[in-house]
Design a protein around this ligand. Structure first.
Ligand code: PMP
Length: 356
């Protein structure tokens, strides 16, 4: 990623990123790792690394690039977002935490999110003593009409789309209206599951709005949850601020290699095939859940949320069959079970168990 100097940024962009950032970051000289400083030569003794590579993996005795250029370029090509507007890190979870650490003053600032939703927005905020304005989606799982009033003074507004755990979606127009209506806040759209409904992505709006941030991950459709790789997409000044806070080496070399393979032409084709297969199995599962009398929400991710009259009995039945699905302590979801979509074999078994 290009580290724009403040003079190269246009003043409106500069104002937003600088206005929202924690004041102490404005003067902070980011850590200059040996890898970032770089140099020319054949003998590299500037980073206290070992000269011995004991692994089959090339160069694993050396520190990786902070932002591996081939990974950034692969994600740029896949997402259509310009390379200067991408930060790679350890999953979307790290991006959530980085945004909070970059922009929220502990004990003073707050975030807003719309529940029921992914728990890490609130948990990350609370671990940094940042307030949480925990708002609710409407009964049809949309953003509240008076959202501008409801977000209060929150600096960061998190919208999960498709939403976990409901699986519901908010249309692009509604999200864009919020982004346009809150020009002094960062609106963060978490698109962890977007490969399952790509038409809903707002990533292309990043060029248009200084205050839009999109989060992505390779943990879901790309089948790399164990690798820990995710992306923060935003205008360059926002990225530049976040880069002041990020760890010196957030993307391990083997992770970068796995991620680049997943983002190759073949990797993307495989992902799309698997997304299609998961959706077919998800529909079969959804039909079964409906015929069992469950209330099922429209599923736009790789999971379905089902509400049962007797969730305890269903959970007991699943447990007995060796099936681990997700239940919730949130009172709004106390009768609900979330089922991740799976392969044909596991779906057949699940359907058989639910049908009994
Ligand atoms: N956002 C949402 C909506 C999620 O459901 C998850 C994972 N459960 C994440 C972010 C975190 O993703 P990652 O594995 O990339 O940290």
């Amino acid at each position: 990623m290009t580290m724009d100097t403040p003079a190269q940024l246009n003043s409106a962009q500069l104002n937003l990123a600088r206005r929202l950032a924690r004041p102490e970051l404005l003067e902070l000289q980011p850590y200059e790792s040996a890898r970032r400083i770089g140099g020319r030569g054949d003998i590299w003794i500037n980073a206290n690394e070992s000269p011995f590579n004991n692994s089959r993996l090339d160069r694993v005795n050396r520190y990786p690039e902070c932002q591996p250029p081939e990974l950034i370029s692969a994600y740029s090509q896949y997402s259509g977002v310009c390379a200067d507007n991408i930060i790679a890190g350890r999953g979307a979870d790290e991006a959530i935490e980085l945004l909070i650490r970059t922009f929220c003053v502990p004990g003073v600032d707050s975030i807003a999110c719309f529940g029921p939703t992914y728990g890490m927005y609130a948990i990350s905020a609370r671990t940094f003593n940042v307030g949480v304005n925990a708002l609710s989606l409407t009964t049809s799982y949309q953003l509240p009409e008076d959202i501008m009033a409801q977000v209060g003074s929150a600096k960061l507004v998190f919208i999960c789309n498709p939403n976990n755990p409901t699986g519901t979606v908010i249309d692009r127009g509604s999200i864009e209206a919020v982004v346009a209506g809150l020009p002094d806040r960062l609106v963060i759209v978490d698109e962890a599951y977007i490969e399952f409904c790509p038409d809903y992505s707002v990533a292309e709006l990043i060029e248009k709005y200084d205050n839009l941030v999109v989060l992505r991950t390779l943990s879901k459709a790309f089948a790399l949850a164990g690798a820990r790789c995710g992306f923060l997409l935003a205008k360059a000044p926002t990225c530049e601020m976040v880069m002041r806070v990020i760890a010196p080496y957030p993307v391990p070399l083997p992770v970068s290699e796995l991620a680049c393979a997943a983002l190759s032409e073949n990797g993307i084709a495989l992902m799309r095939e698997q997304v299609a297969e998961l959706k077919v199995n998800g529909e079969r599962l959804t039909d079964t859940l409906r015929s069992c009398g469950a209330k099922v929400l429209s599923a736009n991710g790789n999971f379905v949320l089902a509400e049962f009259d007797e969730p305890k009995a269903v959970t007991a039945r699943l447990t007995q069959a060796g099936i681990v699905a997700r239940t919730y302590s949130d009172p709004r979801l106390s009768n609900c079970i979330r089922f991740s979509f799976s392969n044909k074999e596991e779906t057949d078994y699940l359907i058989e168990q639910l049908s009994q």
